[in-house]
Design a protein around this ligand. Structure first.
Ligand SMILES: Nc1ncnc2c1ncn2[C@@H]1O[C@H](COP(=O)(O)OP(=O)(O)OP(=O)(O)O)[C@@H](O)[C@H]1O
Length: 267
């Protein structure tokens, strides 16, 4: 993969279009992420968030437009190589983790970019994996099997797994889905640790809930009907007008000491 200067955008998407049959899943989407930024992507069901993530990670081919990720240009570079520097945490990974695998092994498998890893791990691998689990406040379950982990623990093990590969971009696709309030609060505390780490990866969070936008996030993109409705610094972008446009309903957003709150304005 090419090396790039510090100031190069981590991601540059220009006029990205994805069509399947007659349906346009993404329309002329333009977006960039600079080093040091942590982004939230929001939008109604079916607006194209997953399609965008799948395009960025090379699992869907764009119909037109350009993607430059970590200095590599889509179509010119082997995207499997680019993917090694992108951590993806998505519920779609969960069925692929063997039930009998202990958390430590799941994390180590991320370092080798393999699911169900059967290779020889070293003592150094184990120490590094344990440090990651501790960082995410789940060190105590290091030797517990996947089948017995709670949803909240699983999500954090998957983040540790993604971090084991030392990604430059970490994509969290609705990581709080299915978590109870306590597990969610614990998860959000761990996510705060990630965005606070100046040596850590850029974080891209896809969520439906503004309450999950922790203080370290700097930017937001709102999507609707395959397009970017608004994108930019978080506090400017998350306003009543942009959110109401994206969700096609009157919404009011507030920010308090406890975080963001979104309410529907009836009548
Ligand atoms: N291969 C495909 N062929 C046709 N339509 C598709 C295909 N893949 C996705 N779609 C449609 O494209 C739209 C965008 O889907 P996508 O999964 O990207 O939305 P999303 O924003 O992630 O939604 P959600 O918030 O519900 O997860 C949806 O209407 C979906 O049904």
């Amino acid at each position: 993969m090419p090396t790039e200067p510090e100031s190069t955008p981590l991601l540059n998407v220009s006029r990205l279009n994805v069509a399947r049959g007659t349906k346009r899943l993404l329309r002329d989407l333009t977006w960039s992420i600079q080093p040091g930024e942590h982004w939230v992507v929001m939008g109604p069901n079916g607006c194209g968030k997953t399609t965008l993530l799948r395009s960025l990670t090379g699992f869907i081919a764009p119909s037109s437009g350009d993607i430059t990720l970590l200095g590599a240009v889509y179509g010119e570079t082997d995207w499997r190589e680019v993917r090694q520097s992108v951590g993806l945490v998505s519920s779609s990974l969960q069925p692929h983790i063997p039930g009998g695998e202990i958390a430590l092994e799941t994390v180590i498998s991320g370092r080798y970019d393999q699911l169900d890893f059967w290779g020889e791990s070293t003592a150094a691998d184990e120490r590094a994996a344990l440090a990651l689990l501790r960082k995410l406040h789940v060190g105590a379950i290091a030797r517990r099997e996947w089948a017995y982990l709670s949803q909240g623990e699983r999500q954090r093990v998957l983040i540790a797994r993604a971090l084991a590969a030392r990604p430059r971009l970490l994509i969290l696709d609705e990581p709080c889905a299915g978590l109870d309030p306590v597990a969610r609060a614990e998860f959000l505390a761990a996510m705060n640790g990630l965005t606070d780490d100046v040596h850590g990866p850029a974080v891209l969070l896809v969520t439906h809930h503004v309450e999950e936008i922790t203080t370290g996030f700097t930017h937001a993109m709102l999507m609707a009907k395959g397009q970017s409705v608004a994108a930019g610094p978080l506090r400017e972008t998350l306003n009543n007008t942009n959110l109401s446009t994206a969700f096609a309903a009157p919404l009011r957003i507030r920010r308090t000491a406890k975080g963001w709150h979104l309410t529907s304005v009836s009548g």
